[in-house]
Design a protein. Structure first.
Length: 402
């Protein structure tokens, strides 16, 4: 009677959570200052002051019955209007409140949109590695087959030859996550225009729209003045899935949206189907207090300076020690090539010998690499640097001894 697939998901170990739990346990014996936990993508800067001020003012002013009651399934209209205005100011995109649907974070937005774009078991989604491992659950549960495109490890931009090979009459969507978890890479406008051209040709060839699902919880986290192109402006058949989990440091509050722009093929049907899918998964409505809060905070920006300091310190230090790192332009992750080539073995050694917790990226479709989540204190990074150095020296000693 028990669903085997769900049982499998529910009992499968999560490497990231296991590392995190190991860190907590280890800290009890060696002291928290001697554990360097880079496992989790939990924001390390507090939400902007305006978030709590808004919560206090909303709670003080609003009728509690109305405030804590159900909202429209797609969210409070004024809030969606405020989001649409913000998008229009920034991206000149003519977004309307009726094209936005508020969800409990980016994850249910992705699941709803994926479900809306899967009509038969042959339908396929193209996923570009490296990718967020939860896609395996989100998209296969929606009924889609996943076509994984291996990473172009020379640039970590899109692997066009392989995307072209993978496109076929069953392709329903291509999933794009930029800034990327785990590489920190931002896909350039040139890359995304090229993808749009390729998909336009494929749509014409196969006689149906092929959508882009833009997974964008890291949109606002970019450094060195890098811009994240707004995909619906480059390729109208794009559906954006967004959240404030990372940009406003609100991952536990569960608030995000999907946005189906008016120029997207079958826009109204896609919106309606994704709304139906949100209903199907029990996303009754996003939490109303937090809906109202983000409505007042749409123009707030994250404290990029703090993450940027971490990024610069870690990237420069690791490169100077001899690690091969992918230069991160966004999000709060640094991808490092595992010295010796075996990411699992290196992660284990780092954990055992140095209490340094690094995530092997095999599950992200990128074997041989490790993810370092630098959403931690700058002081922890400083303390951890000798551990990174020691691990490389050990490796050198070993190869010299052989
Ligand atoms: N997509 C990516 C690439 C992520 O890294 C995450 C969370 O870490 C999500 C989606 C889910 O975001 P949320 O917590 O808003 O559901």
């Amino acid at each position: 009677m028990i669903n085997e697939k769900c049982l499998g998901y529910g009992t499968a170990p999560s490497l990231i959570r296991e590392l995190f739990a190991y860190g907590l346990e280890k800290a009890k014996t060696v002291g928290p200052e001697n554990v360097y936990d880079y496992s989790m993508g939990n924001p390390s800067i507090p939400a902007p002051a305006k978030v709590n001020e808004s919560i206090r003012s909303i709670v003080g002013k609003e009728d509690p019955l109305k405030l804590h009651g159900y909202s429209l399934a797609n969210g409070i209209e004024e809030v969606r209007e405020a989001i649409a205005e913000n998008l229009n100011r920034r991206f000149h995109c003519n977004a309307k409140a009726g094209e936005l649907y508020l969800t409990c974070g980016c994850a249910p937005a992705l699941v709803s949109v994926a479900r809306a774009l899967t009509s038969c078991p042959e339908d396929e989604f193209i996923i570009n590695a490296p990718y967020f491992p939860e896609y395996n659950q989100f998209f296969t549960n929606a009924g889609a087959k996943l076509r994984i495109i291996p990473a172009d490890t020379a640039t970590f931009q899109l692997n066009f030859d392989r995307i072209e090979e993978a496109l076929n009459e069953h392709t329903s969507a291509v999933v794009i996550n930029s800034p990327n978890n785990p590489s920190g890479v931002v896909y350039s406008e040139e890359t995304l225009r090229k993808l749009g051209d390729l998909l336009d040709k494929a749509c014409a060839k196969y006689g149906h729209p092929i959508y882009i699902i833009a997974d964008e919880p890291y949109r606002e986290l970019v450094y060195d003045g890098v811009k994240v192109p707004f995909l619906p402006n480059l390729y109208p058949n794009t559906i954006v899935c967004y959240s404030w989990s990372k940009s406003l440091s609100l991952p536990g509050e569960r608030i995000g949206y999907f946005y189906v722009n008016g120029r997207c093929a079958d826009a109204e049907k896609v919106y309606a189907a994704a709304s139906g899918a949100a209903r199907e998964i029990g996303n009754v409505n996003a939490p109303t207090l937090i809906q109202r809060t983000v409505g007042l905070c749409v123009d707030e920006e994250p404290d990029l300076e703090t993450y940027d300091k971490n990024r610069t310190l870690l990237y420069r230090s690791l490169v100077s020690y001899g690690y091969e790192c992918v230069r991160p332009e966004g999000a709060f992750y640094l991808l490092v090539k595992a010295p010796g080539g075996d990411a699992e073995a290196f992660s284990e050694k780092a954990k055992r010998e140095q209490n340094l917790l690094l995530v092997p990226c095999t599950g992200f479709g990128c074997p041989g690499y490790l993810r370092i989540a630098y959403c931690v204190s700058n002081e922890m990074i400083r303390r951890s640097l000798p551990a990174f150095q020691a691990l490389l020296c050990d490796g050198k000693d070993e190869s010299e001894r052989r």
